[in-house]
Every structure is written in structure tokens, then in C-alpha cells.
Design a protein around this ligand. Structure first.
Ligand code: THU
Length: 139
């Protein structure tokens, strides 16, 4: 039997703030840090990395999901994304899509006054199921 998960939101937000401090954001001036955990408590982090060729920018959540895979972590159950001011930041649309595949609709996102489900922020998401069901039969 597995009981309800205890998420240490203070630790997650603290990790997100720390990694935001290591972001490379000289063009926008907006530092972003992300920290997430799987159900076993494996913590992964990421920060945004900008480039002089602006369109190449990597959001903090891109680094986060790469770190999730690199660490061999399981599906993410809780994520804190913060800006350089330390307060939660809502993930951009693209990153909601990334997080959907990394954790699913029940993933909890840090927010004030309380965490929000990803399924609330990205309802009716396109997923791998749509590919399976809709692609040409011979692909
Ligand atoms: N950014 C993120 O890292 N994650 C988001 O969800 C929103 C935007 C970054 C990208 C860019 O470096 C800066 O914030 C301004 O858009």
C-alpha cells in the first residue's frame, strides 16, 4: 500500500531558487529555476540558458526534464518553478507540454496560495496517445 505523498514544498522551492541563481539570462534578465521530485524523492533541477541567437533559448523546464532522464528518475510528481525574485512562475505553454510528458496531469506545480495540478493548466493536452491512435497505419 502506498499512502498519500508528502511533498516537501519548502525544499523544492529552495532548490529552485538556488538553481535560478545559476541561470544564464543576460538577454531577458529573467532568471528561472526549476526543481522537481519523483515519488521516491529523487530531486532534479534545471535553469534557463539563453543564447545570443535568441531563438535557441532553453527554458528551465527543458533542463529539468533532461536532468530527470539523466538521473534515471521516475515520473515527476511535484515541480517548483521560480523566477529570480524567488516567487513561483507559471510555466510557458511549451513547458506545460514538456511537463505533461514528464509527469502527467496529476503533477503538482508550486503556486501561491496552494499547488496547482498540471491538468488544470494544460487541459485537453495532446499526448502520445494521440499519436498512437491517429497516425497512418503503416508508420
Ligand atoms: N522561461 C523559462 O525558463 N521557463 C518558462 O516557463 C518561462 C520562460 C525563460 C526563457 C527565457 O530565458 C526567459 O524566461 C524569458 O522568457
Amino acid at each position: 500500500m502506498t499512502g498519500p505523498l508528502e511533498i516537501d514544498w519548502v525544499a523544492l522551492r529552495t532548490s529552485a531558487r538556488e538553481v535560478a541563481g545559476r541561470a544564464h539570462a543576460p538577454y531577458s534578465g529573467l532568471r528561472v529555476g526549476a526543481a522537481g521530485t519523483d515519488r521516491n524523492g529523487t530531486i532534479v533541477i534545471g535553469c534557463n540558458v539563453e543564447n545570443a541567437s535568441f531563438g535557441l533559448t532553453l527554458c528551465a523546464e527543458c533542463g529539468l526534464v533532461s536532468a530527470q532522464r539523466a538521473a534515471g528518475a521516475g515520473p515527476l510528481v511535484a515541480v517548483s518553478v521560480v523566477a529570480g525574485d524567488g516567487a513561483p512562475l507559471v510555466p510557458c505553454g511549451r513547458c506545460r507540454q514538456l511537463l505533461m510528458e514528464a509527469g502527467g496531469p496529476d503533477l503538482l506545480l508550486d503556486a501561491d496560495p496552494r499547488p496547482r495540478r498540471l491538468g488544470e493548466l494544460l487541459p485537453a493536452a495532446f499526448t502520445g496517445d494521440d499519436l498512437t491512435q491517429r497516425r497512418d497505419g503503416n508508420v
